[in-house]
Design a protein around this ligand. Sequence first.
Ligand SMILES: *Cc1c(COP(=O)(O)O)cnc(C)c1O
Length: 338
Amino acid sequence: MVKDIDWSSLGFGYVKTDYRYVSNFKNGKWDDGALITDETVTLHESAGVLQYAQTCFEGMKAYRTVDGKVVCFRPDLNAQRMADTCERLEMAVFPKDRFIDAVEKVVKANLDFVPPYGSGASLYLRPYMFGSNAVIGVKPAEEFQFRIFATPVGPYFKGGVKPISLRVPDFDRAAPRGTGHIKAGLNYAMSLHPIVDAHNNGFNENMYLDSKTRTKVEETGGANIIFVTKDNTVVTPKSDTILPSITRRSLMYVAEHYLGLKAEEREVSYTEVKEFKECALCGTAAVLSPVGRVVNGNEEIVFGMDAMGEITKKLYDTLTGIQMGRIEAPEGWIKVIS
Ligand SMILES: *Cc1c(COP(=O)(O)O)cnc(C)c1O
């Protein structure tokens, strides 16, 4: 029985579901893993995650498609990205096939929380891992816990699409240089002050520039950026210090192979931003969220504050169409779970 939840008014907040998946790494190997009902975690007071922030995560969604299936979008890429993040953070890697299997188990165990097709809501999945044994000298943990929980989230654009405002902040996105491409709480912890400061100044998010030269566009705190040129080329910043967004990679493919547009991943200098016709943020949460203006000191670039740009809208409709089963997906993009 699908749960009695008002899907349309659901926000992006934690709602407890019935089951979560847990597996522990100890003595050099992962245990078998299991679904459990307890949503709390009990930790040693000196656990690596608490002292030295050794933790990372992923974010993905399960959807109900037009023909009533429950699917996940490209979970193999989340598995790979988490493995890459774990390597950089000196954490044990949770095997990719087991990651996908665990995703499947969690979705199946919480099927009643997968929102109906057409509601705009979805079941958000949060795989994550942390160092669990006691460390006091600065070194990687030796024991880790991998978990996935699920929580239903509402439609991103309630009451219509509203373009957002960005500002170019004085802050760098990732604190230690070289960790910008990993999906980890440490980058988010360092982004909290800049985002609160942005909000206090009337902006929705920060458009970070590269920390080395402060001339090239990187990304925002939790989303990559795409631009559209006046002749309809889709451009996205190439940088090895930003997070390789799965949504962005998928949109670039859609631009080229579904919409017949030119798609370029290349360095984007900030001085170029005013030449673009459209700008949008991309990530799992919103897919695409249009940017209406960007402010850098006294300079303001306006893309338009009333609607999604024409090409942004086509990209959005095509990718969400693929995810919801209305448009045929490229081979391997859709994992059917039920
Ligand atoms: C998760 C995340 C994104 C978006 O990636 P998706 O795979 O598209 O959800 C972008 N930037 C950062 C910093 C992120 O953590």
